[in-house]
Write a protein that binds this ligand. Structure first.
Ligand code: HEC
Length: 176
């Protein structure tokens, strides 16, 4: 519980979001990317607060995601093509299949997910960033390889890979 208190204090200090219980509705906020608003990330493992350095959100799209929880790359062909490369480069393909249809690991195209939160882009981002307890390793930069803080997927890359995954799917955009 101390972790929650610490996070609440941090958020209050930053002026980001002092209200509690706004988790579910924070996705529907107005797109005020420049106002310094930030969504609250939580781990897929147990819903504990997940702190990600805002400095890592270093592209306009990543900043917009940080403010709104929406993935601006959904449906963007260029971003989707890059996301496909990320999916291959980080071996997602080996476990999840060439079309994210599932292989030794579950399919990612929905509409049903093992972790229901992965139907949203915020949820899938958190899963990719911090992993699960069931065999999905954390891929976020600094988490993937504890011996190399520069190794891993950046927020911008994660959003692109999610855009590619959604493009393989059944109409779930994750931004609903
Ligand atoms: C070594 C194999 C492996 C690799 C590599 C891997 N995953 Fe996974 N992934 C898994 C397993 C196993 C699960 C199921 C985890 C569980 O049940 O907790 C999973 C679960 C997921 C889920 C949640 C699915 C659901 O139904 O809720 C997402 C999203 C995901 N992976 C995305 C990715 C992405 C994107 C990459 C590449 C950046 C990746 N994974 C790389 C094995 C892998």
């Amino acid at each position: 519980m101390n972790k929650y208190l610490l996070l609440a204090a941090l958020l209050a200090t930053l002026g980001a979001c002092g209200k509690s219980g706004s988790d579910a509705s924070s996705n529907g906020a107005t797109p005020e990317a420049s106002a310094g608003k930030a969504i609250d990330f939580v781990t897929t493992q147990d819903g504990a607060p997940l702190k990600i350095d805002v400095v890592l959100f270093d592209t306009p799209s990543a900043k917009e995601f940080l403010a709104t929880g929406k993935n601006p790359y959904i449906g963007n062909e260029e971003a989707i093509a890059k996301g496909k490369k990320v999916f291959q480069m980080y071996s997602c393909v080996a476990c999840h299949g060439g079309h994210a249809e599932g292989a030794v690991a579950p399919g990612l195209i929905g509409p049903n997910f093992k972790y229901a939160k992965n139907a949203t882009n915020k949820g899938m981002f958190e899963t990719i960033w911090h992993g699960t307890n069931g065999g999905m390793g954390a891929k976020g930069i600094g988490l993937m390889d504890p011996t190399d803080p520069k190794n891993g997927i950046t927020p911008d890359e994660a959003l692109k890979v999610i855009a590619w995954i959604r493009s393989q799917g059944t109409g779930v955009t994750g931004n609903e």
